[in-house]
Design a protein around this ligand. Structure first.
Ligand code: MG
Ligand code: ZN
Length: 217
């Protein structure tokens, strides 16, 4: 019974996600759904990204959190349109929440919509929001066994950003083992090693993003 209920929720979400996707496509907006655990550096990566691309592509941001508008306030400092969605307890964004959030944004002329999902390695992977790509952020402090423990998020993502690689000398994170585990759950998943602290890998990430934006149509 419970399984059936979950399936119906996911199917209802799929309908709204498709409507969102149509709207994005009409407006010519490329949409990125950024997922990852709390503290992995999603907002910091967003800040670095905004700094690097906001003059190139008009962009807007949707921030998803259970509570507070702290992340939206951080992003607003860069002078871009941002809306904070508070899920009030729900541990992921869904199509409907994003649709509601869009009411606060003007997408005319916007080329890139960055959506930061709620910090969680589990159900954000199950709920499409109408995005073009899901990108996962994992930091080396979280451990190299995560692909095996949370396979779905690794399977649905187009790209994995391995963040905080500047900390590799101080943590027991085996890069080779991690690459092995990642290949096991998703052989096609591209991994970019990044440090938002030192700037390592950020240029490669922006090039990846550019490729997706330009390859879209
Ligand atoms: Mg955040
Ligand atoms: Zn959830």
């Amino acid at each position: 019974m419970e399984v059936k209920v979950v399936r119906e929720i996911l199917e209802a979400n799929e309908v709204i996600a498709k409507q969102n996707k149509e709207l994005f496509s009409q407006k010519g907006v490329y949409v990125l759904n950024l997922m990852g655990a709390p503290g992995t550096g999603k907002t910091t990566l967003l800040e670095k990204t905004i700094e690097m691309v906001k003059d190139r592509w008009p962009l807007a941001v949707i921030e998803g959190d259970i509570a507070t508008s702290r992340d939206a306030e951080r992003v607003a400092r860069y002078g871009v349109q941002v809306v904070q969605i508070n899920t009030g307890g729900a541990c992921h964004l869904d199509g409907n929440m994003v649709r509601e959030g869009l009411k606060a944004l003007n997408l005319d002329g916007i080329r890139l919509l960055l959506v930061e999902n709620v910090g969680n390695l589990v159900c954000p992977a199950e709920f499409n929001i109408g995005e073009d790509d899901k990108v996962m952020v994992l930091s080396v402090t979280e451990g190299d066994d995560k692909p095996l423990k949370y396979p779905l998020m690794f399977q649905v993502s187009s790209l994995l950003i391995l963040n905080k690689v500047d900390l590799l000398p101080y943590v027991d994170f085996d890069l080779e083992r991690f690459r092995d585990f990642t290949r096991k759950v998703n052989p096609r998943l591209e991994v970019i090693e990044v440090s938002c602290k030192t700037g390592q890998g950020l240029q490669r990430w922006i090039e990846w993003l550019q490729g997706r934006l330009e390859g879209r149509r």
